[in-house]
Design a protein around this ligand. Structure first.
Ligand code: SF4
Ligand code: SF4
Length: 176
């Protein structure tokens, strides 16, 4: 499908097995970075996030796995303890911050538009993170995607290092 040059390896991507398709909401593409890469961080925000770490591990182990980008619940939310299937939205911290319900959806849409993609676009994971690296700067993520997230300052401090480490990690796996 695409021939893409990553930072330290060449790989011709193709969406080989749609049965393995992952669905990931826009803002989770960035939450996943610290769980995919393997660098020292002052704070690990998602160490105990079981459903996020499960998807991060699948991407780390199979970088050519196809990923569909959505706004709304994904393969991380639906099995998550905070997803309320009856209400159809995430209930985490909503009592204290009711606006979070709409903010999460808006962050998804902002992530997708800043990537210059459309909802439901499907890309192999490694190609997707390469697109993120080339299109999303620290300024864009802090000001135009995650600005309303309570964790934005600590999470985005090492954004450049994290996205670089993700690309390197995926390259390493592809070259094995
Ligand atoms: S349900 Fe809420 S806490 Fe769980 S993964 Fe989704 S957005 Fe995060
Ligand atoms: S700032 Fe918030 S929404 Fe953005 S990547 Fe970090 S934890 Fe996720």
């Amino acid at each position: 499908m695409h021939g893409v040059r990553l930072s330290s390896c060449d790989y011709n991507f193709s969406v080989k097995n749609m049965n393995d398709l992952l669905t990931v909401r826009g803002h989770h593409l960035f939450c996943l970075l610290e769980a995919i890469c393997d660098i020292e961080l002052k704070t690990r925000l998602f160490t105990s996030h079981v459903t996020l770490n499960k998807i991060a591990k699948r991407i780390r182990n199979t970088p050519d796995i196809p990923v569909r980008i959505v706004a709304g619940p994904d393969d991380i939310c639906l099995p998550c303890e905070w997803w309320d299937a009856d209400k159809g939205y995430c209930i985490k911290n909503l009592d204290a911050q009711p606006k979070l319900r709409n903010i999460r959806m808006q962050m998804d849409r902002d992530a997708i538009s800043n990537l210059r993609m459309k909802e439901d676009a499907i890309l192999p994971a490694a190609e997707l993170f390469q697109e993120i690296k080339s299109r999303i700067t620290k300024k864009i993520i802090t000001e135009s995607i995650c600005s309303l997230c309570p964790d934005v300052v600590v999470c985005c401090e090492l954004y450049d290092e994290k996205i670089e480490a993700v690309i390197e990690s995926l390259c390493e796996t592809l070259e094995k």
